[in-house]
Design a protein around this ligand. Sequence first.
Ligand SMILES: [Zn+2]
Length: 267
Amino acid sequence: MKKIVSILFISLYLVSCSTVPITGRKRFNMVSDDQVLPMSFAQYKGFLAKNKLSTNTKMTNEVKSVGARISKAVDKFMRANGMKKEANKYRWEFNLVEDKQLNAWCMPGGKVVFYTGIMPVCKNVDGIAAVMGHEVAHAFAKHGQERMSSATLQKLGGVAVAVGTSKKDPKTAQLWNLAYGVGSQLGMLAYSRTHETEADKLGMVFMIMAGYQPEEAINVWIRMSERSKGAKKPPEFLSTHPSNQTRIKTLRAFLPEAKRLATKYNR
Ligand SMILES: [Zn+2]
């Protein structure tokens, strides 16, 4: 029996392994788009119904137009790199919500929310593009699905995998809650540092592809760290992220490579 279980786990692992495009990192994802996207879209709709959209038309339009340009770059990349089927499943949407929290997020399938609280840190459209690129990159690299997959292994065990493959199964909903912390005001749980660094790098490539100034990504983190100085607790966006100094250093070092990749993929 034990042997059968380990063989099952090994084969499950093998079929669920894939590579993150662009960065080449090996990931473990056994959650399909068909399982996660309907749930993501429903959660997003529910979130918008319960929260107030910003009445600031200028800022709202900026978020929407930056989102449109960045998602166009991501879409272009996917279609040019054998991911057409996946690209067709995205339902990009960008909204600015009235909330003092210094935060933004993107659910699987391209559902983005910016809080008005993060806008002063973004400061300009290039800054919005930096945060947008980062959030969109989490969805692009399927970090949420990866987290759901490890939650399955850790908390629910192998049985849930078999059960959870049915679309309407409550186990799938349970997995979603484990991965996203639905119900918490933030709406999202922390990503790991590996995911954060990866989102920073991919985000920088996407913002360059969309025609924005990547240097502003570094300035966003500088402004973010100034904000958090003297604050009782770090802004939500930072509490779970790598330290600002590490992040700024990594982005500075990655800038030439990001430019090279963006040129390559924009051809
Ligand atoms: Zn992040």
